[in-house]
Write a protein that binds this ligand. Sequence first.
Ligand SMILES: NC(=O)C1=CN([C@@H]2O[C@H](COP(=O)(O)OP(=O)(O)OC[C@H]3O[C@@H](n4cnc5c(N)ncnc54)[C@H](O)[C@@H]3O)[C@@H](O)[C@H]2O)C=CC1
Ligand SMILES: O=C(O)[C@H]1O[C@H](OP(=O)(O)OP(=O)(O)OC[C@H]2O[C@@H](n3ccc(=O)[nH]c3=O)[C@H](O)[C@@H]2O)[C@H](O)[C@@H](O)[C@@H]1O
Length: 463
Amino acid sequence: MAVTKICCIGAGYVGGPTCSVIAMQCPHIKVTVVDISAHRISQWNSEKLPIYEPGLDDIVKKRRNVNLFFSTNIEEAIQEADLIFISVNTPTKTFGVGKGRAADLMYVENCARTIAQVSTSDKIVVEKSTVPVRAAESILKILSANHKPNVKFQVLSNPEFLSEGVAVENLLNADRVLIGHEETADGLWAFKELSKVYLNWIPEEKILRTNTWSSELTKLGANAFLAQRISSINSLSVMCEVTGADVSEVAKGIGLDSRIGPKFLQASVGFGGSCFQKDLLNLVYICECLNIPQVAVYWQQVLDMNDYQKSRFSNKIIESLFNTVTGKRITMFGFAFKKDTGDTRESPAIHVAKTLLDEGANLNIYDPKVEPEQIKKDLTHPYVTDNPENVIKSIEIHNDPYTAADSTHAIVICTEWDEFVNLDYEKIYERMIKPAFIFDGRKILNHEVLATIGFQVHTIGKR
Ligand SMILES: NC(=O)C1=CN([C@@H]2O[C@H](COP(=O)(O)OP(=O)(O)OC[C@H]3O[C@@H](n4cnc5c(N)ncnc54)[C@H](O)[C@@H]3O)[C@@H](O)[C@H]2O)C=CC1
Ligand SMILES: O=C(O)[C@H]1O[C@H](OP(=O)(O)OP(=O)(O)OC[C@H]2O[C@@H](n3ccc(=O)[nH]c3=O)[C@H](O)[C@@H]2O)[C@H](O)[C@@H](O)[C@@H]1O
């Protein structure tokens, strides 16, 4: 069998871009991305895609309705596919056993049940969602217990390593494609079939073959390592602020060691995004279940340091503004969890906004890509406030950075959007209440120039 039809369940930040790139690189394969959300599918079929990702619009325009399809007809897409990616969300559980820590595998399990129920031919089922180690075992058990006669399944683990904002670039030039398979002849066969899809554009030496459990654990481990580097440099940023060292200089000096390397050493307001926290919590929970508390405590510290960094930054804003922000108006530049995405999941900006709102501040928020409705949704979520009406009264969402800064006491940079670097800060300064403050949570601005203009400048990791 050669794979000619792929179905991807889950049209999100992973399923959408990944399948668009597969469709572009494999014109001979029909790729159908399905979702239970009719709204999401209609967005994928519209002019304005549901996610902002540089380069994605072009690919979708070229391949949509050629060999790339977005559909809500999940059963049909599963039935006709040779290979099925499960790319659904695996959020942190919000209830029951493991609440607040374990990954909720409900959506993955639902997919497995649907696949088993509707499949009338053999399938390769590929776990692309990030899952706890040994999740493939549960998927296989569900498939095996519910399948139609004479239908066989192989389950592969093929975790995704893309970063939002550079997803297309990451997918086209992946550092590696990791495929874990069952250690049997059928498992090896399934590995080869999936490899053949990637070999259309990924060099063979970049395809890494492991057993299923290694593959699952590698994904959690990779995110834990990346997050750990950020917490490590953020911990040094605290020391810099009390000693007079400069964290940018320290990071450069550390990163020039070829054993360490320069990436992921950018001190910040703290890491955000849908995965680092979720995957670390999951790793910690797995360690506790495996009765290895020493390892659990080790990784928990990465999260604790991140919480500390987010609180430190928010508290610094209040302290600097003479210990009160009640009734003051503050500008937030950036709401997404990083630049070049409209995604706000676990964005540190939400933490900063919550702290300031709790203290009675009013906020003018500007982000080039986050939808106003999303900002309102995030800031009126029960985790953020028990008084949503009050929050709505206290925030203004702007579509221009200059009006956002008008008559405010301070600007807080929460996201490192390139456009913030080149704004006319003299013009902005003139329109602000004095003394005018800038809190650069991303270390992207020229602080000397800002100080010369008259701003009181505060940043991370530098006195
Ligand atoms: N966002 C990212 O950058 C990355 C995410 N991941 C992992 O990939 C997985 C997916 O993440 P995202 O794409 O960000 O999630 P997402 O929330 O953007 O998309 C998931 C989609 O799955 C759909 N869905 C849920 N259950 C379904 C079902 N039974 N049938 C059909 N559709 C269903 C949802 O409606 C949603 O549209 C997660 O496990 C995540 O940890 C991995 C690497 C990168
Ligand atoms: O599993 C996932 O979801 C993905 O998680 C991250 O990707 P992503 O969250 O999209 O973005 P990152 O570039 O990793 O940034 C995460 C957060 O860390 C922050 N960050 C990043 C790098 C740095 O040096 N300092 C820093 O504070 C970013 O601003 C952002 O808030 C990983 O980088 C991907 O490899 C992985 O596939």
